[in-house]
Write a protein that binds this ligand. Structure first.
Ligand code: ZN
Length: 226
């Protein structure tokens, strides 16, 4: 039936049947050749480098750019205080014997006042008249005299920190507002103050940070001076 009704179709079908194998083979050959060519081309472009290239192409995405942009911002903020802290290095106010250290968490008996108290200062004993030198450059903020603390000179430093020289004689070598350098004579050891009289004539040196908190002066001296 088919042969008689559709001789042309039969002829075409035969043609297709004969050529189908050829067509399929050509298609297969082209497909295989293409795959081989693509694979070879990729390997040629850079085998292992392809992996690196791929990771580089993926990582520069916004997620990586953001931390890179953020990092430089805290840098100047971190650098500034660090630079200020590193610059603070005291020279010795005088050559003498240490008769009191900083103790803000321990009560120390004060024989003069007959009471237990913290001692937030560094005490150096020396003979009356010994020159007391500025430990760090700044500006004289105030000069006061009281029965307990004798004559007291407060030097304000650039960072807001202050150094306080207590128990000095009234014959100080500086005036309020004067700029002082490390090593400049501020005053002399005396017996004016009474609150630590049991230690003999000495300098009572306090350090106040920018917030007004008393801190250990020893941390600012060179380790060889301690
Ligand atoms: Zn003291």
């Amino acid at each position: 039936m088919e042969k008689t009704n559709k001789p042309k179709n039969q002829k075409f079908a035969n043609f297709i049947k004969k050529n189908l194998y050829l067509i399929l083979m050509i298609v297969c050959v082209i497909a295989i050749a293409t795959m081989v060519a693509v694979t070879y081309a990729l390997k040629q472009k850079g085998g292992a480098e392809d992996v690196i290239d791929a990771s580089i192409t993926e990582t520069p995405a916004p997620s990586d750019n953001v931390p890179v942009t953020v990092e430089p911002q805290p840098d100047p903020i971190t650098t500034e205080p660090v630079a200020v802290v590193e610059e603070v290095l005291f020279s010795l106010p005088l050559d003498g014997e240490t008769v009191g250290v900083f103790a803000n968490d321990t009560l120390i008996y004060n024989a003069t006042l007959n009471q237990w108290a913290t001692h937030e200062a560094y005490d150096v004993a020396a003979e009356v008249g010994t020159e007391v030198k500025c430990v760090y450059g700044g500006k004289v903020e105030s000069i006061t005299t009281s029965v307990l603390r004798g004559t007291e000179v407060v030097v304000l430093h650039e960072s807001g920190m202050k150094t306080v020289y207590s128990l000095l004689g009234s014959d100080v070598s500086v005036t309020v507002g004067q700029t002082v350098k490390k090593g400049d004579v501020i005053g002399k050891i005396a017996e004016t103050g009474t609150f630590e009289k049991h230690k003999g004539p000495h300098l009572h040196l306090e350090v106040w940070d920018a917030e007004g908190e008393k801190v250990d002066p020893m941390q600012f001296f060179e380790s060889s001076d301690k």
